[in-house]
Design a protein around this ligand. Structure first.
Ligand code: RUB
Length: 294
């Protein structure tokens, strides 16, 4: 949790593989491949839900299988890793510009958890002089909302923090919701911080628009092959203190949930504002079949 947010997780993983390649001292290509494989597996095992991590790792090691020398493989991975990070940062900036167009003077906006991409959209709209205010959820149990309200306040955005259970009450005043993404499935469903799907339901009921801010490397090619997205479960200690509840009581702490495509007004990507129904087509264009499978 020291590195969080699906975009940062992906950039850190790609950067870590670039560093691994830079520091690798051996000359045996077979040993290099085995060590690279183990490094990639360690990274992939660190957070199970965000497919950006897998896509970042795959992008960094792309083509290294056919390198004939360690030097060749190292140069390739270092280049891939820099390239992925550069494209990822550019995508975040492009999404901010595209998403900001959706914010109008007088809007009341809601955001959830701590998405650097959604915050980028709000910050850009504010920089453009748009007059709007934001409700940000606390996002129990880890309370990433504290980070969000600090980020928004630093930008000078009119921000109100609410507890997660106030979402439906507050939604009556909200025009638009902007959230980030950990993974987007081939069917256009969103996997994001726990509570996102309740916010989408409340937005749908109140006829507020619900926008997802997501780089296309958060689209999951694995879901094309029918794989389910694994929802990370975290420690009980995030929810209750030791001894606070009877030992016989179980605690279930899933940290992401799934929002079905019918609750999503649009997905703001670096390629433009798309409907959940166009995700598969973009994945086909972007990934082909190369990233599907192990
Ligand atoms: C963070 C979270 C964010 C997405 C997108 O969860 O759910 O909404 O990861 O973030 P956690 P970004 O704190 O458990 O990593 O837009 O920054 O990529």
């Amino acid at each position: 949790m020291r590195i969080r947010g699906a975009g940062r997780i992906a950039r850190s993983a790609a950067g870590a593989l670039g560093d691994f390649a830079k520091r690798y001292a051996g000359n045996d290509i077979a040993a290099f491949r085995a060590d690279l494989d183990s490094a990639a597996k360690t990274l992939l095992g660190s957070r199970p839900t965000a497919v950006s991590l897998r896509n970042g790792v795959m992008a960094a090691i792309k083509g290294s299988d056919s390198a004939e020398t360690v030097q060749e493989a190292k140069e390739l991975i270092i280049g891939n890793s820099k390239d992925f990070i550069r494209r990822s940062e550019a995508a975040v900036r492009d999404i901010a510009l595209i998403g900001a167009k959706r914010i109008e003077d007088g809007d009341v906006v809601m955001t959830h958890c701590n998405s650097s991409v959604a915050i980028g959209v709000l910050a850009e709209a504010h920089r453009q002089g748009k007059d709007f205010r934001v409700y940000a959820t606390e996002s129990r149990p880890w309370r990433q909302g504290i980070l969000t309200v600090k980020d928004l306040a630093k930008e000078g955005i009119d921000t109100t923090m609410i507890i997660d259970s106030a979402v439906r009450l507050v939604m009556k005043k909200v025009d638009k919701v902007f959230v980030g993404a950990d993974t987007i499935t081939s069917q256009g469903a969103l996997v994001n911080k726990i509570g996102t799907s309740q916010i989408a339901l409340a937005a749908n009921e109140a006829r507020a628009q619900f926008y997802v801010c997501s780089e296309t490397y958060k689209f999951s090619p694995l879901t094309v092959a029918g794989d389910l997205v694994r929802i990370e479960e975290r420690e009980v200690s995030e929810v209750v203190k030791p001894g606070e509840i009877p030992d016989s009581v179980k605690v279930y702490n899933p940290v992401f949930d799934v929002t079905p495509p019918q609750y999503i007004s649009g997905i703001i990507t670096e390629l433009g504002l798309i409907s959940p129904g166009s995700v598969y087509g973009i994945m086909e264009r972007k990934f082909g079949t190369e990233l599907i499978g192990e």
